[in-house]
Write a protein that binds this ligand. Sequence first.
Ligand code: LM2
Ligand code: CA
Length: 482
Amino acid sequence: MLRRRRRSALLAVGLLAGLLAPVTVAAPPATATPSGSKKVIANLWEWNWPSVASECTTVLGPKGYGYVQVSPPQEHVRGNQWWVAYQPVSYRIESRKGTRAQFQSMVNTCHAAGVKVIVDAVINHMSGQDAGGTGWAGSSYQHYTYPGNYQSQDFHYCGRNGNNDIANYGDRYEVQNCELVNLADLKTESDYVRTRLATYLNDLLSLGVDGFRMDASKHMPAADIAAIKGKLSRSTYIVQEVIYGAGEPVLPTEYTGNGDVHEFRYGKDLARVFRSERLAYLSNFGEGWGHLPSNVSSVFVDNHDTQRDVGGVLTYRDRGIYALANAFMLAWPYGSPTVMSSYTYTNRDAGPPSDGNNKTLNTTCYSGWECEHRWPVIANMVGFRNATEGAGVSNWWDNGYQHIAFSRTGKGFITINDEDFAVNGRSYYTGLPAGRYCDVIHGTYDNGSCSGPVITVDANGWFAANVPAHDAIAIHVGARLS
Ligand code: LM2
Ligand code: CA
């Protein structure tokens, strides 16, 4: 894992600090909400349904992912941009990603592979284009008129800013009753609208869906989401998109009564630490940084929006450092982690690889698609997460700068060296049972054998190894050789 940059002046100091003794951090936060023993979510963003199905069988299930998150499945406006999916025109399950039958088959296939399905649910708004037209599945619509679903009285017209758009995020009323980039804003306070939305979500539940990512949740009062949730046919996992904004009145904490909430500060703070601060600061990452309580927090290094924001988070473009950030997220017991999976792009608006009719093509990893969830470091760390579920953090150690290490008590151990220099011959205290463990950062454990280096933990719980610059070693009890 190689890379650029930085700080040779700190080199000597870093080595000196490396001689310090291990310290123990406070008890770990509780684990987050998605149920079951496998909680890691793979976000196969913009994948079509047949490709999601085959990935569940061949990769997600075998690698231990518990959930797949898929893009909005409802009918949407036509076009090649990815964001057409965020402009519903009806709730027919037919989109550029596939038909209702393909969607149903995908859910069944993923379930058979032990993977649950979370759907991106766009329920705050309908389309945004001023002109009407014909949706993906043939439904005709106008801005504010969606025959059979909504008419003009079902939308907010906030009457502000000359165009009904949200301008001032410091104003709660505007954020929730004006339009997000011209998108027709549903009256989610109305019982008719709530019932229509719940009918859509219940249709998805009837197809076997296991959870919802509630798009644009900040733009709906938490009470409206609660009322819609109250109309669902069964209980289900919910994660709400409420982007924390400094000084804004609408807070992520208002929504935790409904379910999990995306913690956007996590990815931003992690990027800052990796880019310009110290990994040593991560010893209390999460609640200690003012983030949401762990048991309601949904975390990710990047998502489809933040990877497109300027000056933001770490993404696939950061290569090795991105893998290390994901390895940290998967090793650290705060929140419920989602691994992003992207297609490569240069133009922000560009849709995924598609045919002449804008229908999404089957995914071919590493050719137009980045498939971060398959990167060996990331995919193998899902196994680490599963094997260490419920175990606390102990044996925290850092050199004061970019080299850290910690145990998941009795279950696993990781050291990340993000210095510009290798650290050779150092010994690490793991507290793990003596034995031979597969280093899952450099090797894949499969059926009792390890394709990479083997780490030998001695009878006192120690091992010695070399860690290259910008690299890591991780071992866990689920990848132990006999
Ligand atoms: C979200 N969460 O709250 C999604 O994560 C985000 O990706 C969505 O924006 C947004 N909310 C609405 O669901 C994306 C995209 C926008 C795009 C909208 C609607 O980031 O750029 O807006 O979807 O497709 C586009 C144009 C915009 C235009 C709008 C309406 O970029 O200029 O506004 O369509 O025609 C006039
Ligand atoms: Ca709204």
